[in-house]
Design a protein around this ligand. Structure first.
Ligand SMILES: [Zn+2]
Length: 168
């Protein structure tokens, strides 16, 4: 198991920023951190649907929400979902997670059911190219077609939702 040095460093910053360090350590111990692009699966308790769970501030909390919150400096608002670009419920790799609404979540689920071949996971390596197309005036929908992703994922790239604006 390879632990990404960057991830460990980021987590250390979160500890210093005031998250209760024992919780962060317990969280980290249950994430199988692999390579940058791989899924980092939760090794602790999972729900029936496969999502990781652990107690956070005394409350049972989804592991992927914690992963998103720790990586981004703030826990996601309760009314927003943390979605998996990789479609792998136990995954806690922050770069596979993005914020979305309930409608986005339903949309993901129906695309999956239809088996539409437009994945919603956009690797960070494609983000600069997609942004270049968009800033050259390409509409979201046609950019999505060109790159073979769905429009909601391209929209997330455009507005930096789950894709930091400084990715180059
Ligand atoms: Zn993943």
């Amino acid at each position: 198991m390879k632990r990404s040095a960057e991830y460990v460093e980021r987590m250390r910053c979160r500890v210093n920023a005031g998250y209760r360090s024992t919780q962060v350590v317990r969280f980290q111990a249950r994430v199988n951190v692999m390579g940058e692009a791989d899924c980092w699966e939760w090794a602790g308790v999972r729900t029936m649907a496969g999502y990781g769970r652990m107690k956070w501030d005394g409350k049972p909390t989804y592991a992927h929400r914690l992963a998103y919150g720790l990586a981004n400096g703030a826990m996601p608002p309760a009314d927003l979902f943390v979605r998996h670009k990789c479609d792998n419920p136990p995954c806690c790799n922050p770069s596979h997670l993005l914020l979305g609404t309930h409608a986005d979540n339903m949309h993901d689920a129906s695309e999956r059911k239809r088996g539409v071949g437009h994945p919603s996971a956009i690797p960070f390596s494609d983000v600069p190219n997609i942004r270049a197309y968009l800033s050259a005036g390409q509409p979201i929908v046609s950019t999505a077609d060109i790159f073979g992703y769905n429009a909601s994922a391209v929209r997330a790239v455009k507005y930096g939702i789950g894709y930091p604006m400084d990715i180059r």
